[in-house]
Design a binder for this molecule. Structure first.
Ligand SMILES: Nc1nc2c(c(=O)[nH]1)N[C@H]1C(S)=C(S)[C@@H](COP(=O)(O)O)O[C@H]1N2
Ligand SMILES: [Mo]
Length: 252
C-alpha cells in the first residue's frame, strides 16, 4: 500500500496510456529531444519559438525528462494542470482578500512599484533535485500583507493560482518571514511562463512545492488550509531538511 504519492508517481500515473505501455509523457518528450538539439544550433528567433513549444509540452511532463533539454537550467518544469493560460504583463492581476482591512487587486505595475528584494539561495524539490544559487526577486509578502491590513483574527495565508488547480498555504508567521517573496523575477530575468510567470510565490526556506506558480490569489484565513500536494501527503510545514522525512541540507 502506497503511503505517500510523489510528484513523479503522479506524473507517471497520469501519463500512462494503458496498464503496461510506455507513458505518453515520456514518448512526447523523447520525440522532442531531437528538436532540442536543433534549437541549440538555431538562430535566436527560432530558439525563442522552440522554448515556447517546450514550455507547452513541459507543462504536460511531470516526469522530469525536460531537464535534459537545452533550456532546462537544472530545473524541472512542473504543472499539475494540463494547460495553463498565459497572462501578459498588462492582463496579470493579483487579488488579496479574506481577513484584511483593505481587499485589493494589484496589477504587475503596482507590484513593481513596491520595494524589491533579491535573494540568492538553493532551490530544493521534495523529489530530490536541487538547483544551487538561484536568484529570485520581488516584493516581500509581508509588505503586501501590511499594505492590505491583516485583521487580528487572521492566522494563515492561502495562495491560489490562475492554472485553476494548484493551491498552497503558510501560517501568518511564516508568511511574514523576510525570505518569502511574491516573485517577479528569477535568474535575473522576468519570470517566464514555464516557471510560473508573470508572478509566483518564492518561499526560500521551504521545499519548492510551497512556491506556487502562476499566483493569482492571496487570501487571509483563520486557519491553515492544506494545499494541493499537502492534501496528497506532503507536509504543511515544509522546511527543507526538516520535513517530509528528508534530510537535505537547508536552502538558507
Ligand atoms: N501552480 C503550480 N505551482 C507549482 C507547481 C504546480 O504544479 N503548479 N509545482 C510545485 C512543485 S512540486 C515544484 S518542485 C515547483 C517547480 O517549479 P518549476 O516548474 O519552476 O521548476 O513548483 C511548485 N509550484
Ligand atoms: Mo517539487
Amino acid at each position: 500500500m502506497t503511503t505517500r504519492q510523489t510528484e513523479a508517481d503522479e506524473g507517471r500515473d497520469a501519463g500512462r496510456d494503458d496498464g503496461r505501455g510506455t507513458p505518453v509523457g515520456r514518448r512526447i518528450v523523447l520525440g522532442m529531444l531531437g528538436l532540442g538539439a536543433l534549437g541549440v544550433a538555431a538562430a535566436p528567433p527560432l530558439q525563442r519559438g522552440l522554448e515556447a513549444f517546450l514550455g507547452a509540452a513541459a507543462d504536460k511532463d511531470p516526469t522530469g525528462l525536460t531537464e535534459l533539454l537545452p533550456n532546462g537550467g537544472g530545473f524541472r518544469y512542473y504543472s499539475v494542470a494540463a494547460s495553463v493560460p498565459h497572462k501578459s504583463p498588462s492582463s496579470y492581476r493579483l487579488r488579496i482578500d479574506g481577513l484584511v482591512e483593505r481587499p485589493v487587486t494589484h496589477t504587475l505595475a503596482a507590484l513593481r512599484a513596491f520595494p524589491q528584494t533579491r535573494l540568492v539561495r538553493d532551490v530544493q524539490c521534495v523529489t530530490g533535485w536541487r538547483v544551487p544559487r538561484t536568484p529570485f526577486e520581488g516584493v516581500r509578502l509581508g509588505r503586501l500583507l501590511d499594505a492590505a491590513g491583516v485583521r487580528p483574527e487572521a492566522r494563515a495565508v492561502r495562495f491560489t493560482c490562475f492554472d485553476g488547480t494548484y493551491s498552497e498555504s503558510l501560517t501568518l508567521e511564516q508568511a511574514r518571514r523576510k525570505d518569502v517573496l511574491v516573485a517577479l523575477r528569477m535568474q535575473d530575468a522576468p519570470l517566464g511562463h514555464t516557471h510560473g510567470g508573470p508572478v509566483r510565490l518564492y518561499a526560500a526556506p521551504m521545499y519548492f512545492y510551497k512556491s506556487a506558480k502562476w499566483l493569482s490569489g492571496i487570501t487571509l484565513t483563520d486557519e491553515v488550509v492544506p494545499g494541493y500536494w499537502e492534501r496528497r501527503g506532503y507536509d504543511v510545514d515544509a522546511w527543507v531538511g526538516r520535513s517530509n522525512g528528508r534530510d537535505d541540507e537547508p536552502t538558507v
